[in-house]
Design a protein around this ligand. Structure first.
Ligand code: PMP
Length: 303
């Protein structure tokens, strides 16, 4: 495979891409015992701006706490590792940043309490994850795991098998993205995104509850909604409400603000990205590139 980047940060050292290797008996490979983050950095022509770095690092520590592992570095060390990895690669384009802490011990025990934890930071150039012009989605048969089974609030590697199955089901049926219902039949998320719908001029998103990741982009959209003259209402969303919405969009670090123009063969609104989605997407794009004074506190310049 062609390297995405020259250098990777692993356990305190900057290594060449091809040297950042782990053992086949690494615990996390067998049991999904890793926690991770997905962060974006935006090149604004002058500097590389990391979006909401502190919030991502905070969530990473919350994920570790929920899984019951100890990240063997301080928050400041993780922050520095992210910046150092970008600088080592001298990136001057949009990037995706993937810090991952994983149970590294070579053992098959399930008692992870005293096992070794490694941390890696991988950064690579990254463009659009889904089409900003609108995607076709389907409600898949796999349900989003419930927090009585797995702690969905945490970004734990193993939990992502749920998302993998959902996305593969959607793609193999010819759709761009999966929408997942929870065990009660409410539409809760995309495979890697939170969901918003517009109905009758009101903007809704499901509450962070039993089956939803506390998305940072979701939080950003809630905070930006006032700037486009709306207030997000948190309430459970049914399949029928999605089918009959005026606008549907998915939000996530990778997906940013992605309009959904068709769900299960039903055209959403006019079949084109709607006016509210478009306004929010434009504002989001300006905010992440450091063009909106009011939200500069969300930005960490690298250089
Ligand atoms: N839900 C799931 C299942 C996800 O994987 C992601 C991506 N991290 C999101 C929602 C959106 O979260 P964020 O905005 O923090 O990227």
């Amino acid at each position: 495979m062609k390297p995405y980047a020259k250098y990777i940060w692993l356990d305190g050292r900057i290594l060449k891409w091809e040297d950042a290797k782990i053992h086949v008996l690494t615990h996390a490979l067998h049991y999904g015992t890793s926690i991770f983050e997905g962060i974006r950095g935006y090149w604004n022509g002058d500097n590389l701006l990391v979006f909401r770095l502190e919030e991502h690092i905070d969530r990473m520590y919350r994920s570790a706490k929920i899984l019951g592992i100890n990240i063997p570095y301080t928050r400041e060390e993780v922050r520095q590792a992210v910046l150092e990895t970008i600088k080592a690669n001298n990136f001057r384009e949009d990037v995706y940043i993937r810090p991952v802490a994983f149970v590294a011990s070579q053992t098959v025990t399930l008692d992870i309490r005293n096992l070794e934890v490694s941390l890696a930071v991988i950064v690579f150039p990254f463009g659009k994850y889904l089409s900003p012009n609108g995607i076709k989605a389907t409600i898949v048969s796999w349900r989003r795991v419930h927090n009585t089974m797995l702690p969905v609030m945490a970004k734990i590697g193993g939990i992502y098998v749920n998302s993998v199955l959902a996305l593969v089901e959607a793609r193999s049926r010819g759709f761009d993205e999966a929408l997942l219902m929870d065990v009660n039949g409410y539409v809760v998320e995309g495979s890697g995104e939170n969901i918003f719908i517009v109905r009758g001029g009101r903007l809704f998103t499901p509450p962070v509850h039993e089956s939803i990741l506390e998305g940072i982009t979701r939080d950003t959209v809630i905070k930006l909604s006032g700037d486009v003259g709306l207030r997000v209402e948190e309430k459970p969303i049914t399949r029928e409400e999605v089918y009959t919405a005026d606008e549907v969009f998915l939000v996530g670090t990778a997906a940013e603000i992605t309009p959904v123009v068709e769900v299960d063969g039903r055209t959403i609104g006019t079949g084109k990205p709607g006016p509210i989605t478009t306004k929010i997407a434009e504002l989001y794009s300006n905010v992440v590139r450091g063009k909106v004074e009011k939200y500069l506190n969300w930005i960490t310049p690298v250089y």
